[in-house]
Design a binder for this molecule. Sequence first.
Ligand SMILES: [Zn+2]
Length: 231
Amino acid sequence: MKISEMNWQQLERYLTTDDRVIVPLGSTEQHAYLSLSVDSILAEKVATEAAEPFGIPVFPVMPFGMTPAFSDYPGTISLSMQTYIGLIYDILNNLKRQGFRRILFVNGHGGNSPAQNIIGEWMVNNPGITVQLHNWWNAPKTWEKVASIDPVASHASWMENFPWTRLPGVAMPDERKPMLDLVALRKLDPTQARAYLGDGNYGGFYQRADDDMLAIWHTAVGEIRDVISAL
Ligand SMILES: [Zn+2]
């Protein structure tokens, strides 16, 4: 149930029967030939589909995350760590005030992982409220599914190329790009990083069969449903 399709009165009624809510976390950044919004599209869609049978409200995805290394690619917006701390605190403080007690962040972007520490810190001073961060793409079952199809998979490669993240009329290269050196990348400034990454794919094929992608998708949706059940 998307928050964007509810009014406040409906949400207030929901709160008399349940205290769970989902907030998807995304990013707007280069994804090679795929949409700049890949991480946001995937986080919101996978969270919404997973929540559907539970009737749990899902907020609109937070479209910006922390992605400093891609700052030289047009369309990339990176929030500072300072901003992100404030963002997570503000979201949690508001949800707490309104009566939500079990809060799930479904994260679609690796650079947002420090949110785990921010959440942990917030929970120290807010006992009685469960907050969980779920990185949907590298959760155990989903990651295992990806690796079973093709272990060479990373940012902007085939593993992010779903029917809902690719762009009409944009052809994908046929090659299997060699995996980059992540340690080397971390030493580069944004200009050097762009020169090193080229189109932006970290490594692997650019596209695989849709049957493979749907199998990964169903695994990810099911894995989030298990998380929701245990929240
Ligand atoms: Zn991504």
